[in-house]
Design a protein around this ligand. Sequence first.
Ligand code: NAD
Length: 489
Amino acid sequence: DSRRTESIRNICVVGAGYVGGPTAAVLALHHPTITVEVLDKDPSRIQRWESPHLPVHEPGLDTVVRIVRDGAEMTEETILSLSSVPTKRRQNLFFTCESAKSIARADIILMAVNTPTKTFGIGAGCATNMTVFDGAMREVATHAKPGAIIVEKSTVPGGTAERVRKMLSTLRPGVPFEVLSNPEFLAEGSAVKNLTTPDRILIGSAPTPSGRQAAQTLTNLYAAWVPRDRILETNAWSSELAKLVANAMLAQRISSINAISAICEKTGANVNEISDAIGRDVRIGPQFLKAGLGWGGSCFRKDIASICWICESLGLSEEAHYWRQITVINERQRQRFARRVIDRFDGNLVGRKLAILGFAFKKNTGDTRESLAVDVIRMLLEERPAEITIFDPYCREEDILRELEPAIAQVPHGDMSIVKIHADPYLACSHAHAVLVVTDCDQFRLSKRSSMRSDLDSVGGCDVTGTAHTGARSWTHAGVSYQLAPQAK
Ligand code: NAD
């Protein structure tokens, strides 16, 4: 095998985002002899990856980056937490904007660029906007050296590997390349943990000897730290579809329990008690059974839309309808939530100050893409409150504004000047009439029994008449009680 791991000298990761950055760092950590370059067309993103303030907040990422990017000495503690990592090492993680050189050097090219949801319908080819992916792929096709292995890490519609193969043979006729599907299953907020101890690695290849050989090379690369029985080799279609299905199934569990929470609100049932009772059934399990505002983020909606599109294109309209309902229930959950807040004030938010705790699409990340808070704020603004304040421990103000401004522009009386972003949670909550806990950040949670009001009284003397999540004195909407913890700063 001419492509044994020992022959791999350079890896190029295209896209220095939430997936590309952490993936490259963990690869570099476990392969000290391989040079890993992360390529991005956005110079400001590259600059931040090269600075002490990484553009992605992930527990443990700073440590890994300090080791591989800066060659930092390992302490016993870091060795223990990252397991079998050699202590003596050189710097082997680099960030760059120089695409041609970086791609041309690479034996393996991991495509980790963004593949956003189409904004206009789901017709015309697929539900995913592949413009960015295809643009990056054209650059790769132009510069990659013969024999390079090109790996789809981005989440792509089924059949993309086949399409990429055709694209390569048109742009570089006669030049041998291998295309693999290797979808990423990491979750933001636990990316380093998911990458260092993955449940499984999925590698899809073409059913040809050279396709299988390329899959073997990638398997060997992962086997440096992942047990071999967790590395699954499949055909490319299975691998691409499995990624979409994994996300759709997770979203489906959340929508299922949220649909039950709607029943609970109208009856004497308590959704937490139900989650606990059914989650103890080993066939069901407790994960992803927490009722709440629903799921947000850049992945679930897009991946479900992709499955719907595949179903429609195969004439499976009932199946498409089934999967689409998961998104419908998710959107309803946000509407019901905003409605309850408005009802709490007898349908009139005029003159009220509302504080939003948490803006990222989930806890432990600063990622604001498709954040649930945006829709909630938009719906509340339609009722013309006096002020909306926002605090999130990890989001940058510019990211919050970038998400909010277009949404607010759609509101007839939408006025950005009443929205204020605070770096201090206590200031955000001070004199608020309601505090809406929109993400389940640990900073907002102290104990299940404490009442939001007493804490907030001591915080800013505000008059809390409604909170987003359930508590002794609020409603059972989201299933968990929260309070603003004293250490929330
Ligand atoms: P991201 O937007 O954070 O990062 C993508 C990066 O690619 C951006 O920095 C962008 O500037 C860069 N880029 C775009 N075109 C480029 C080009 N031609 N050359 C170089 N760089 C280019 O996206 P992400 O969240 O990291 O997601 C990447 C992919 O992984 C998506 O397909 C996504 O669906 C998938 N995924 C994401 C997650 C997640 O939790 N974020 C998890 C699993 C899979």
